[in-house]
Design a protein around this ligand. Structure first.
Ligand SMILES: Nc1nc2c(ncn2[C@@H]2O[C@H](COP(=O)(O)OP(=O)(O)OP(=O)(O)O)[C@@H](O)[C@H]2O)c(=O)[nH]1
Ligand SMILES: [Mg+2]
Length: 243
């Protein structure tokens, strides 16, 4: 897919401050510093679009970008960074939680995992949480340039092995490197197929085994939100899910 325009829309502190629900959205989530903003820039083909930093916990709002005037990329704050003030952390977590669970035009979440690390408990818990909430997602193993290919492969194998028991069919996963510009075509293809498929009426079904229903993990978005008018919009756009 060719990206003809990539425009910053806004930084939203919460769900109610997000733009209207008219365009399909694709969101990036993962631990602080995993490379969400860098991947967004790589897909957009614009290096300065989302701000990148070596400081973990840099992205603090729901940052929204309109692509080709027809769909949006959403850069979310990272989870798992201990040094964000406690009050801020719970505020951000609540905003991310609401966005992930109650944004009807959220088509797919790119759940980013650092390919240079063995499976991290917080990532495993977050993937389980996403699944238990029927949030449609694909896994994206980032920074493949930063470790030896054999190590990357071993880490991916270990991660998928850890989660295999939760699913009847493993979630689709991709690898990428924002530095080496690897994975762009494949991820844009997911977006393109989804945008072209258009909305579907049914809610996303969970592939998690029923007995594995879990609470929100400690450092990932929390539950316990106030109810809003958006709560009545229980149906999430469910694309054809080619993955
Ligand atoms: N080697 C390598 N470094 C990367 C890659 N992607 C991102 N980085 C680096 O990782 C650091 C964090 O990148 P960001 O894109 O800001 O990460 P983030 O997930 O948005 O971080 P927060 O907003 O703090 O949650 C920066 O120093 C990037 O340059 C990659 O593909 N390869
Ligand atoms: Mg960021």
């Amino acid at each position: 897919m060719n990206i003809s325009s990539a425009i910053f829309d806004r930084s939203a502190p919460d769900l109610d401050s997000c733009p209207d629900e008219s365009l399909p959205e694709f969101a990036f989530i993962g631990r602080s510093n995993v490379g969400k903003s860098s991947l967004l820039n790589m897909l957009a083909g614009k290096s300065g679009l989302a701000r990148v930093s070596t400081t973990p916990g840099f992205t603090k709002m729901i940052n929204i970008f309109t692509m080709n005037k027809t769909w949006r990329l959403v850069d979310l704050p990272g989870y798992g960074y201990a040094h964000v003030a406690r009050e801020d952390k719970s505020k951000f977590n609540r905003a991310v939680d609401e966005y992930l669970q109650h944004r009807p035009n959220l088509c797919c979440v790119f759940a980013l995992i650092d390919s240079g690390l063995p499976p991290q408990k917080i990532d495993l818990e977050f993937v389980k949480w996403l699944t238990s909430k029927s949030v449609p997602f694909v896994l994206v193993f980032t920074k493949t340039d930063a470790a030896k290919p054999a190590k990357v492969q071993a880490n991916i194998d270990a991660f998928t092995e850890c989660i295999s028991g939760w699913f009847e069919k493993l979630p689709t996963f991709f690898t990428c490197s924002a530095t080496a510009k690897h994975g762009r075509r494949e991820l844009l293809a997911v977006i393109e197929e989804t945008v072209n498929a258009g909305p579907e009426e049914t809610a996303a079904e969970s592939e998690l085994h029923p007995q594995d229903d879990v609470e929100s993990p400690g450092d990932s978005p929390t539950t316990g939100r106030k109810s809003t008018s958006r709560d009545t919009r229980v149906k999430r756009t469910n694309p054809a899910r080619p993955w």
